[in-house]
Ligand binder design. Structure first.
Ligand SMILES: CC(C)(COP(=O)(O)OP(=O)(O)OC[C@H]1O[C@@H](n2cnc3c(N)ncnc32)[C@H](O)[C@@H]1O)[C@@H](O)C(=O)NCCC(=O)NCCS
Ligand SMILES: Nc1ncnc2c1ncn2[C@@H]1O[C@H](COP(=O)(O)OP(=O)(O)OP(=O)(O)O)[C@@H](O)[C@H]1O
Length: 196
């Protein structure tokens, strides 16, 4: 089985690519979904975070409050490392379990939005970066996500720059056209990848 990590900046088209791969019959997994499950009340990530941070990351119902967790993670030195040290081994273990169920597949795709930021290149046989020209990215974020241009730019600045991701990628899936063009770029890259 070849494991392919799919990444790229916010709005580049990762979910669109994953959807197209799924529709073409490939198996796809999603690290954000695994993280969301781990953070559910009572689940392993939740329990481990509560043991470290008590209820400072919870809302009144005792569920994880993502805003509070983000503030804790990004505004107090050392917490990002602590949270990652708790969650990342759990996410990787869960991913491993899910991959084991798919051992007979030739190719499996895993969406990892922050793959390079968290340094998970070695978990995959190849990393594909979905990318689009910055003006187009900003336009799509404004049109489809209703995010103001300045806010979209600010959020993009928080991630590793797209140019760096493109440089690190094993393959780049450009998404500068319509969805039909994206679909044919996927078929082209699949043809190359299935031959490796
Ligand atoms: C802090 C959390 C709860 C915020 O969730 P929320 O749904 O509000 O936002 P989202 O997940 O889209 O993250 C928002 C932005 O935060 C930044 N961010 C989040 N986690 C990280 C990280 N580990 N390293 C760097 N930036 C990060 C990114 O710029 C991202 O675009 C969530 O991101 C989280 O649980 N992060 C820790 C787990 C993790 O490292 N995930 C990434 C690997 S799967
Ligand atoms: N080629 C395209 N033509 C038109 N719209 C597109 C194209 N690719 C993506 N979009 C639209 O742009 C938006 C962002 O795409 P998508 O959700 O796939 O990106 P993403 O990388 O998964 O973003 P995020 O990391 O923020 O979840 C969506 O509304 C999607 O439908």
């Amino acid at each position: 089985m070849k494991k392919i990590g799919i990444t790229g900046v916010m709005g580049a088209g990762k979910s669109s690519v994953i959807e197209m791969l799924k529709n073409a019959g490939y198996h796809v997994l999603d690290c954000d979904r695994i993280n969301d499950e781990l953070l559910m009340k009572g689940h392993a990530g939740y329990q481990a975070l509560i043991a470290e941070f008590k209820d400072t990351i919870c809302d009144a119902q005792g569920d994880v409050d993502r805003m509070k967790m983000s503030v804790l993670m990004f505004q107090e030195a050392g917490n990002k490392e602590k949270i990652e040290a708790i969650l990342h081994p759990l996410i990787q273990a869960r991913l491993q379990q899910e991959l084991e169920q798919l051992q007979q597949e030739t190719l499996v795709f895993v969406e990892v939005p922050l793959l390079y930021e968290v340094g998970w290149e070695s978990c995959f046989d190849e990393v594909w970066v979905v990318a689009a020209d910055e003006e187009l990215l900003l336009k799509r974020l404004q049109q489809h996500r209703h995010v103001a241009k300045a806010e979209a730019k600010a959020r993009l600045r928080k991630q590793l720059p797209q140019a760096v991701k493109v440089e690190k990628a094993d393959r780049v899936l450009w998404n500068n056209g319509d969805k039909e063009e994206l679909q044919s770029n996927i078929y082209a890259i699949l043809k190359e990848a299935e031959g490796f």
